[in-house]
Design a protein around this ligand. Structure first.
Ligand SMILES: *Cc1c(COP(=O)(O)O)cnc(C)c1O
Length: 456
């Protein structure tokens, strides 16, 4: 545990109090059987830890932009909160850029990184002055055209894939030999192509790599950053001046889903990087980081009411309102994405009692819709609540519209002296009218009135 209390005890206490208050204040109940909760105190703490970790290892005066990977938690109030904490935005689609702008993020605190940018997206980004990392030679061609036709303040760079290898989860390993991202640096002729690209374009001033996300060991992440730094040094040496002035090291710090402790910490990662790549921190390079999961995951909780408690083949099964619609990764790939579950009683108090091996099931109509299978927990009864922990990134903000299940409401909370816990709405629960509208409700007759000419 360090100065920020990373054992997570404070976090667990705040969470328990928020669950109870959500029941007492009517956010959770028979008619609103699922919510997402965000621990505002915890989010602020993580943002402060991130800033402090890199401030500790960088030379005084080094420009550092921490750009939150919006895909991790694409919610405008979260982006605004992070903005207040000095964190920018990494966006990867027109939608994410729109969210960042709605949150008030300025272009100079925004980075665009997606692998499939259209000409219109690139034009808009350059017109706004947003930093852009070109993913591949064809995209760089498009940027060439835009740079020729208009002046832009956008810092521009190239994304490379150092091909240092993958981690334990294939879907989040971005630095494998055949990854779809960036310029594959170890492929024949690729390194020379990258060096040439900078030699030919004095306006290319950044270099970017994102070596992976959950499942990548710190040593492999550090190796990816080290190879990116070595390439920047080589390019600047060949050009004879420090043309690359900023290195974007991506995000990807893994999250501990096994307990409340924050592990590894930003401080540990920053120190590991300084050890592996000291030259990166001596003040010659500005830094951009793009952390997502590690900023938000541990500050979100899905709480769902147990609608029915049943038994099948000797197995206790709690049928809850949280399943694949809010935890798609866990439900479809449970081996890679297990979630901790805690049990609360009908009043939102932590449940005690002997542990019973049970399934915590979701509401969707397929057999695999389980938040947890064969989990030992105090026996969940009808009217109790099950909470899925560490779901603040890539979970309830990533609704999956299976069975037309409504997006749950999301509420931020802080401890409050008068009421115990004070809540603010981050996202309203989805209405049935909105589900119908999003499902073609305005076009109900579209297909019955579409006839092959001459058939009638
Ligand atoms: C997803 C992504 C991130 C964030 O990854 P986390 O594992 O959530 O930290 C950062 N940069 C890029 C380019 C990404 O695709």
């Amino acid at each position: 545990m360090d100065e920020y209390g990373n054992s997570g005890e404070g976090r667990a206490t705040r969470r328990d109090e928020a669950v109870r208050a959500a029941v007492e204040q009517g956010l959770l109940g028979p008619d609103s059987p699922i919510v997402g909760l965000l621990d505002v105190t915890g989010i602020r703490e993580s943002a402060a830890e991130l800033r402090a970790a890199f401030a500790e290892v960088t030379a005084p005066g080094t420009p550092v932009l921490h750009a939150f990977a919006v895909k991790a938690t694409p919610l405008v109030p979260v982006l605004r909160l992070l903005r207040e904490e000095g964190i920018g935005a990494e966006v990867a689609s027109p939608g994410e850029l729109a969210l960042a702008r709605a949150a008030g993020l300025s272009p100079d605190r925004t980075v665009l990184d997606s692998p499939a940018k259209t000409p219109a997206e690139l034009r808009e980004a350059l017109a706004l002055g947003i930093a852009v990392n070109a993913d591949n030679p064809q995209e760089l061609d498009r940027i060439d055209g835009l740079v020729r036709s208009a002046v832009s303040r956008s810092p521009l760079g190239i994304r490379v894939n150092p091909q240092v290898g993958g981690g334990s989860i294939g879907a989040t390993s971005t630095a494998t030999a055949t990854s779809k991202f960036g310029v594959a640096l170890r492929d024949e002729g690729a390194r020379e192509w990258v060096v040439r690209a900078y030699l030919d374009r004095p306006w290319l001033s950044r270099l970017h790599a994102h070596t992976g996300s959950q499942g990548i060991p710190l040593s492999l992440m550090a190796q990816g950053v080290a190879e990116t730094y070595a390439l920047a040094e080589e390019i600047n040496r060949r050009i004879g001046r420090p043309q690359i002035d900023t290195i974007d090291i991506g995000g990807g710090l893994p999250v501990n889903f096994a307990s409340d402790a924050t592990a590894p910490t930003y401080a540990e990662y920053a120190r590991a990087l300084r050890e592996a790549v000291p030259g990166l921190f001596d003040g010659r390079y500005g830094l951009v980081t793009e952390f997502g999961r590690s900023l938000l995951a541990k500050h979100g909780t899905i709480v769902a009411r147990v609608e029915y408690a049943k038994s099948a083949g000797g197995r206790a099964v709690a049928v809850t309102h949280a399943g694949v619609q809010v935890a798609a990764r866990t439900v479809y790939v449970p081996g890679s994405w297990p979630l901790r579950i805690t049990a609360y009683d009908g009043k939102g108090r932590p449940k005690s009692g002997p542990e019973v091996v049970q399934d915590v099931a979701g509401p969707a109509c397929f057999a695999g819709d389980l938040l947890a299978e064969g989990r030992a927990l105090p026996l969940l009864d009808q009217g109790d609540y099950a909470a899925a922990l560490d779901t603040g990134a890539y979970y309830f903000a990533h609704h999956y519209a299976y069975n037309s299940l409504a997006r749950p409401g999301i509420y931020g909370f802080v401890p409050d002296r008068a009421t115990g816990v004070r809540f603010a709405t981050v996202r309203d629960p989805q209405t049935l009218a909105s589900i119908v509208a999003e499902s073609g409700g305005a076009h109900a007759g579209a297909l019955t009135t579409l006839h092959t000419p001459g058939s009638r």
